[in-house]
Design a protein around this ligand. Structure first.
Ligand SMILES: [Zn+2]
Length: 253
């Protein structure tokens, strides 16, 4: 690459990285690729859904230019004294496969792509929270179809709920979630508890024609998780009620 071109690329990379750092307190290689305009958010979304087998395929630049940009990004991060934080990238797909970034799939390159650079100005607790949040596997989404005449691309069957996979819709049984129980939306505390206790869960959505968007209908969770969550919420409500009584007596005294 000619020095002038490299300088121009360095400027673009720096601008993109500075903007992400200011906005979120850290910068991921993904943010830089988006920031320089080589990737669009739609492609990232499809990649996260497991519909693009590796990210570099969707990047609008050749491999040597991508590699040059990533090198410039890392030297910028080093100059700024940012802290490296390796982050998990998991697909929003059954089985939760690890997302692949590079064409080669080489472990070193994959690790570099997964490494976020975090501002040292953030407290350690804040940095940990950021890492935990960035690494969290995205929720699986099951769709309650408006058109009930659909066919599972795996078994040819159908059902009340489907999950979109790259080749087409799949049924609950084929993705191994048919033993889960449906918990309708509405009780935020119960939902939170049940989700936390369930090793497997999926969010259920339905398209609203009048609002032109998907709306959350509830959660699929493991039966045991639901039973325990119910018990906990009832205990808590009992405890809160007696706490309120005590408070009132104190007020009178
Ligand atoms: Zn099926």
């Amino acid at each position: 690459m000619r020095p002038k071109n490299r300088q121009r690329l360095a400027d673009r990379v720096t601008r993109a990285a500075e903007a992400s750092l200011a906005a979120q307190g850290y910068v991921a290689p993904l943010d830089v690729l988006l920031g320089v305009g080589w990737l669009d958010a739609g492609a990232v979304k499809r990649w996260r859904l497991g519909q693009i087998n590796y990210l570099e395929r969707a990047v609008q630049a050749n491999l040597s230019r991508i590699s040059e940009a990533m090198k410039l990004f890392r030297s910028w991060a080093a100059t700024k004294g940012l802290l490296a934080s390796e982050t998990a990238y998991v697909a929003r797909a059954p089985g939760r496969p690890t997302l692949r970034f590079s064409k080669s799939g080489h472990p070193t390159i994959e690790r570099l792509y997964r490494t976020h650079w975090v501002s040292p100005a953030l407290s350690e607790r804040k940095r940990e929270r950021l890492k935990e949040k960035a690494s969290r596997a995205p929720d699986l989404v099951m769709i309650q179809p408006l058109n009930t005449e659909w066919t599972c691309h795996r078994c040819g069957g159908t059902g009340d709920l489907l999950i979109m996979e790259p080749p087409g819709p799949a049924c609950l049984r084929c993705v191994g979630l048919d033993d889960l129980e449906f918990l309708p939306a509405g009780d935020a505390l119960l939902t939170r508890r049940a989700k936390a206790k369930s090793a497997r869960f999926a969010v259920v959505v339905r398209y609203s024609r009048s609002r032109d968007r998907y709306e959350r209908r509830g959660l699929l969770v493991e039966r045991q998780a639901l039973v325990h969550a119910h018990a906990e919420v009832e205990d808590r409500q009992g405890a809160t009620a007696s706490g309120e009584c005590r408070l009132r007596r104190d007020d009178l005294a």
